[in-house]
Design a protein around this ligand. Sequence first.
Ligand code: ZN
Length: 297
Amino acid sequence: MICFFQRTIKREVEINGIGLHTGEKTKIKLIPAVENTGIVFIKDKVEIPAKVDFAKKFDFSTSLEKDGEVINTIEHLLSALYFTGIDNIYIEIEGSEIPILDGSSHQFIEYIKKAGIRGLKEEKIYAVLDREITVKDGDKYISGKPSEEVIFTYHAVYQNKIIGDRKFSYIPTERESFNTVSRARTYCFIEEVEYLKKLGLAKGGSLENAVVFDGDKVLNPEGLRYEDEPVRHKLLDLIGDLYLLGFPLWAEVYSYKGGHRLNAEFVRKLKEEKAFDLYYASEILDKNKLSENLMVR
Ligand code: ZN
């Protein structure tokens, strides 16, 4: 969804769960914030803005770190905030990892809706890409180019028959177009599970919060939520990580087999090269001669 005005939530809401990687019980509280606050995590009184400058460690998830305080697995919550157009919020955390919930951003969106969404008085600010930017890692790459429309695409290539060679795009034009992506769960392969546990990861992982593949079989009794769920989840991860720019990105972005590390590198490069300009929502409509109907008020 593309919004005209900045947004926060109406009231506080608490979310309990377990961490996917740490396996520990964890609790977060979403707290309303005024215009231009941004998305700010608070842990033991340390405020950590959700910005790429604080992004560290990309072992199967994205973490933030500041003054010795670490918050793991932020990307699904960030994509839920992006999808619902929230740009100003405090997230207090007890524990070191955001709850995994069902492994997608769907339940975060439900909590945000439960808290209610409040439109603020100031217009939303977008980061409009002004040139082509590409980052590469072997055959993997992420490429962004200026565009009148926002389009994010993920292209996955796996030997696995279910995942295979597939693309999926998110074009945030309709009010709840995020439904095509937000319910896609994280996934892994059964042969990875031992390896992840050896690394001290995925301790909280189960069929409740991840799709598990055994070869070309899905072990979850309920099956997949979308036939190409893994590709859509990689897109969900990309969208969450892109929000580490600090502003919603206005561009066409294409990721070929990218992951958290490359996502963060892409966002970092946009900042380092100052490859975007900040525009108010009304300026974007004027500049691109777009209809007002494109944006939700
Ligand atoms: Zn993910």
